[in-house]
Write a protein that binds this ligand. Structure first.
Ligand code: FAD
Length: 442
């Protein structure tokens, strides 16, 4: 199967990053992409830009705007310390397809219909065509939140909806603002041409939304009560229709099979409150090529590759779900309102970070990625790093911890690490790091 035909379903950041990674490993990849049916606007940080750059995107980053000021109003306190880049997703997504074509990834524009299992592969039907079918040996599901569940077990947070509207007003300085209110939170953005984008995120079960015909008025009434929304509403009017986007956090409990994998939001989608969704989508997509390469070329490591991938998807999801939980918990004004009470208690009560106890360090065998493949290696796990640390600045950590654990009474750290043959400088740097990160008793 080394010349396997891999088809990526969906050409967003995750599908694009997975396709570029697979192409770099020498695979024949096609991406089937259909632009999203609504105009989305998102705010991205420098971290997202870095993630996109690391994934190999160039055209997608070609026309990024300068960061603009972002006002945040939460729990009654207002801060204007942050900035973000306001992007029109249609522009980012078309840049991604341009990058794919430049890397000689085949891009098939069209809407995916039914997917049928065939012998050892799949036949993908394209909608609105004369029975066009695309054959694939391996499928990468990257259709974001709209990817079909396929009967797989999924963990869902409180059902959440984001209602989006465009308004048009006078030209103004680009800016954005986020504000919490009794039933949810709002995110607003304005461009220099006067276009404004207003997004309300609400609890599906308790929001008591009116009929579609009254939704714009309902959202407008909420926005009029928010102090930070006023500059966005001033001399402006709603244009076009309102669009509802589901924003429930979802984790796919089985994100990888023998000849398929889910990446990006199709594997795990986080609460948009984090403003980091693209970054998280890239995280799984960047790990997928090595996992796919292993599944295709090393059948004896299938279990290891699946373990590697699912652990990372689960870990990332819980990390961001807990960050969200703690942030919702920091809004204390509407403690009993279902929007806030459900979110500040989900997904669990585990702390975001566990303290590292030097006595809890363990050396275990775990899957790691090496040279485009998943393999088993000795790594160090701690309470806070359950996925294990293999190397630090190029130094394998398992031998370091083994040396520390067999340290003799009265032996200095330098003497204990001496058999590892580190230069003086590396050894001193390592000692500092071990102390700072609580891997050593002071
Ligand atoms: P997507 O970007 O959703 O890409 C999937 C692609 O598949 C799309 O192009 C879609 O059109 C295509 N597709 C779907 N079905 C088919 C089909 N049948 N046939 C062909 N193609 C298909 N993230 C941020 O970083 N900053 C933000 O400010 C931010 N705000 C958000 C606000 C809301 C309300 C929501 C819901 C999310 C927000 N996110 C934000 C998250 C971000 O949008 C996603 O995490 C990210 O886009 C996921 O990338 P992806 O490639 O997995 O999926």
């Amino acid at each position: 199967m080394e010349n396997a035909k891999i088809v990526v379903l969906g050409g967003g950041p995750a599908g694009g990053a997975a396709a570029l990674g697979l192409k770099a490993l020498g695979y024949t990849v096609s991406v089937v992409a259909d632009p999203r049916p609504f105009k989305a606007v998102e705010g991205i940080s420098e971290r997202v830009v870095e993630g996109l750059r690391n994934a190999g995107f160039k055209y997608a980053l070609a026309n990024l705007p300068e960061p603009s000021p972002r006002l945040a109003s939460w729990n009654g306190a207002t801060s204007s310390a942050n900035t973000e880049m306001l992007i029109k997703r249609s522009e980012l997504d078309s840049g991604i397809l341009q990058d794919l074509r430049a890397a000689e990834v085949q891009v098939i524009e069209g809407r995916i219909g039914k997917i049928k299992r065939r012998d050892n592969g799949y036949a993908i039907e394209l909608k609105d065509t004369d029975n066009t079918e695309i054959q694939a040996d391996f499928l990468v599901e990257a259709r974001g939140r709209s990817a079909p569940g396929g009967g797989l077990e999924r963990l869902r947070g409180s059902e959440t909806v984001s209602l989006l509207q465009y308004w048009q007003g006078k030209p103004c300085k680009p800016q954005s603002a986020a504000e919490s209110f009794e039933d949810g939170w709002a995110w607003m953005a304005a461009w220099s041409d006067g276009t404004r984008y207003l997004q309300l995120t609400l609890d599906v079960a308790s929001a008591e939304l009116p009929d579609k015909a009254q939704l714009v008025d309902h959202c407008t009434a909420i926005l009029r009560t928010l102090p930070s929304a006023q500059p966005f509403l001033e001399d402006a009017e709603p244009t076009g229709i309102l669009h509802a986007r589901t924003s429930t956090p979802i984790l796919c409990r089985e994100a990888v099979g023998d000849n398929w994998i889910r990446v990006g939001d199709a594997a795990m989608a986080v609460d948009p409150l984090s403003g980091n969704g693209i970054f998280q989508a890239l995280s799984s997509a960047l790990q997928a090529p090595a996992v796919i390469n292993t599944l295709i070329t090393m059948p004896e490591r299938v279990g290891l590759a699946k373990q590697f991938y699912q652990q990372r998807v689960d870990h990332l999801f819980y990390r961001f779900a807990r960050i969200g939980r703690d942030f919702y918990g920091s809004e204390e004004r509407w403690w009993d309102n279902p929007f806030w009470s459900t979110r500040r208690n989900w997904p669990d009560s585990e702390p975001l970070h566990q303290d590292t106890d030097p006595d809890s360090l363990q050396v275990v065998s775990m899957p790691v990625v090496n040279n485009g493949l998943i393999e088993e290696q000795e790594v160090v796990i701690t309470n806070d790093q359950p996925l294990g640390i293999w190397h630090l600045n190029g130094i394998p950590m398992a031998p370091v911890v083994k040396a520390l654990q067999s340290r003799k009474f009265g032996e200095s750290i330098a003497e204990c690490l001496e058999p590892l043959g580190l230069s003086n400088q590396l050894q001193q740097g390592m000692e500092r790091w071990l102390l700072q990160n609580h891997w050593l008793h002071r």
